[in-house]
Each structure stands twice: as C-alpha cells, then as structure tokens.
Write a protein that binds this ligand. Sequence first.
Ligand code: PXL
Length: 288
Amino acid sequence: MQKQKRVAAIHDISCFGRCSLTVALPVLSAAGIEAPVIPTAVLSTHTGGFTGFTYRDLTEDIRPVVDHWMTLGLGFDAVYTGFLGSIEQIGIVADCFGLLRTSGNPLVVVDPVMADHGELYSIFPKGFPAEMCKLCAMADVIVPNITEACLLLDAPYRDGKFSEPEIKDMLIALSRLGPRQVVITGISYNEETLGSASYNADTGEAGYACEALYPMYHGTGDLFASVLTSALVQGVGLTAACSLAARFTVDSIARTTAMGADNRFGVDFEYGLADLRGLIAGALSCEK
Ligand code: PXL
C-alpha cells in the first residue's frame, strides 16, 4: 500500500456556504489524504453574495502554527492554499512555504482566489493581484480562473470567449512567472461547454477538460482545486487530474441544479465523496 500522503490546507473557514476549508478538508480526507489545516480566518459565510457576515481574522496565528509544526519535525507531501484575506496574509504564507520546504519537498499548489467575472472581489485592495502573483511564483501548480489569470498577467479581461491560441499563450506566460504546472478554469470555447485548460512546462503537454455548461454555483473553484490537488499529490498526471476534477465538480453541480438550490450555498459534492478514492485509483492505474 502507498504511504498515506499529508497535505497542509491553508484557507479560511466560511462556516456556511460550502467553499474553502469546508470543501478542501472533506475532499482531501475522502481521497485518503491526511489533511492538517491552517485556518486563515473564520467567517459566518463566504463573501460572495451574502451581506452582514462576521469575519474573525487569524493572521497572527498562521506563523506560530507552522513554527510549532516545525518543532515536531513534520514533513508534508503538499501545501495547498486558497482564499487569503489580505496582502499581509500572502506575505506570511510565502514565508511559511519557505519553512515547509525545509522539511521535505512538498508540492505547492496555489489557488489565487481573488476575482471572478472580470472583477477583483470588492474586499481586496487594488495591489492584491501583484502580491498574489509573487505567491504564484513560488508555487509548483497554480489554478486561477480566467479572471484571475488576466489579473496575474496584467492582461485585459474580455467577457467574450478567448480562443485556444490565446489561452495557450496565457498558460505559457503564467508558467514563466514560476509554476511549472498551470491550470486555468472557467474556459469556454463554445456555447455548450465550460472547462479547464492545463499546461505542464516540464513536459510541454497541454490539455483541455470540458463538461456541459451549468449555472454558476459558489465554491466550485475550490472544489475543482481540492480534487485536483488530491489527485496530483497521489501521482495522477496533470491532464488526467484536470479531467477527474472537472467531472467530479460538474457531477456535483448537476445534482445541485436538479434540486434547485440557492447558488450561494455551494454544491452537493458530499454525495460523490464515497467514490473519490476509487476515481483517483482508476486514474492512477490508467497512467501505468
Ligand atoms: O470560494 C472562494 C472563497 C473562499 N472564501 C471566502 C470567499 C470566497 C469567494 O468569494 O469569500 C471567504
């Protein structure tokens, strides 16, 4: 049996509205991965579409948690970050990457959560993308959506579609910032499908995983990135990991749509969790 993987997940806890740690933790666990967490903030809900949410900032706790872990001699197979609430938090997490890399060689996965539909989230200052760009430069894998990819590259966002050659250029430009593996989510080359485009700068392999287009639900980017991380850390290649993550995410969306739920509440990924380990094992055996 393969040694159990250990992935440190650094995200906020949005107590209601499935996203960030309330998605990452169950997904990693269901994938058979040990998942120590560093909560960066605790909110009553996420900030997408709710008003009046509470926000307890935990910036001061991040570094002491990692310092304590270092005294225990812990090693990590991956470090996976998502929503970070401030520029200060980005700097602290960057320092933590350095520390966590001293004890092993973790795969560093950064989901630069900061924007959607062409807009930087209103809670973030204008300088936020430039700082997130520095964190992405330290990562092995980044998972921006198309809006975030434009912000990282300081390129104009268009509401219309991007062509395949344009996306390929963006993937390559993002890999030149530092990460060897890049995935851009939320890409659509036609009216019927939505997908993710990937590029591995080490092998030159490019992929596109697409699924039927469904209404938008909150937290689906976090779900995709959590499944992707779970598959990558267990040895699934980038293209297959993207297909698996896209399939898992769209199945969750389809179940949610069928029930007619509020799109701020996130998607029903829970029903699919029992199958996740098998899906990853299947993808692994296809690669051998
Ligand atoms: O799903 C990304 C996310 C995570 N955490 C918080 C958010 C968002 C997106 O809006 O507000 C707190």
